[in-house]
Ligand binder design. Sequence first.
Ligand code: SF4
Length: 383
Amino acid sequence: MTEAAIVHTAPPANLLGMTRAQMAEFMVSLGEKPFRAQQIMKWIHHRGVSNFDDMTDIGKALRERLKSVAEIRPPQVISQHDSKDGTRKWAIGVGGGNVVETVLIPDGDRATLCVSSQVGCSLDCSFCSTGKQGFQRDLSAAEIIGQVWLAIQSYDGFPSHSKRVVTNVVMMGMGEPLLNFDNVVAATGLMMDDLGYGISKRRVTLSTSGVVPALYKLAEVSQVSLAISLHAPNDSLRSELVPVNRRYPISELLEACNHYIAAQPDTHRVVTVEYTLIAGVNDQREHAIELAKLLKDFPCKINLIPFNPFSLSDYQRPSKNAVNRFWQVLTDAGFVTTVRTTRGDDIDAACGQLAGQVVDRTRRSARHLSRSENIQPIKLVNN
Ligand code: SF4
């Protein structure tokens, strides 16, 4: 074949993950008016349409053009499991034999979708099933928002998301969201955008293990609610459980959270502090007392999560007494403290049990983690 005969064609753009601004830019690049972006976003996110031919208010010529350069490709569901308690878990194929998981947890008139942001995770928290599998790659914005799309589709919740299949989203599935910064910001933006899913910013929560420089960057571009995976009341114990603490200790993490809250336009924001209780490790009365002291002046509510055992871990679930004792110390100290009920454990969908399937053949974990070093902290004006 001659050089001239080789035709390079760009892969079709997946419109599912485009923000409002990206979609407008894309339409302009096709010689269209920016308002086309709004029409197309409504078809995708309000009506669940993935076929251009179904977009009846778009002219035939543009539909044909879109078919040649773009696609709306939702995630590929490999399996779906329903728990006795109503929790539903999807396994999503993301290529190369890799699988990520998404879980919807209905609870009265709420339904919380736990969304994954990466294939595996490089941070290797000692109590986490995902961390044990290494890291493969970041999910694209389309693969992240696609988890919301498929959950609604699965319950026949389109058009217009009228049944409100998903009322809350937590970025607490597989992966560290802040190590996939741009795609997570784009996808969470779509969750909150009226042309996307219109979920309140108080109901879209990003949970981080504490990538401090990225938290400063997040304060400039996002209004999501914040949760931190703390799990220990002091640096020596936290560094054992959450290794990223060796790089960004607790004091720096809390300072970055305070900055994030101060940067938000609305008031009365609090950070959710996630604390996984592990029998004999971090569940003693003295840990609770130390935690109360640590968080004395920190605007937060505390969510206690009794550890859910999985095969690759020797950790044990704490006794009910230990959980109650811990809760009581914090409550007596004036903290709003909840204990997360275990949901979906009969389908391995409980907190910390999401494992998916990660093919980590290449030491990507170490390389990826070093990326967090490259996120430059933003200089604080008032410090
Ligand atoms: S707890 Fe989160 S940050 Fe830690 S290894 Fe698991 S997925 Fe990664």
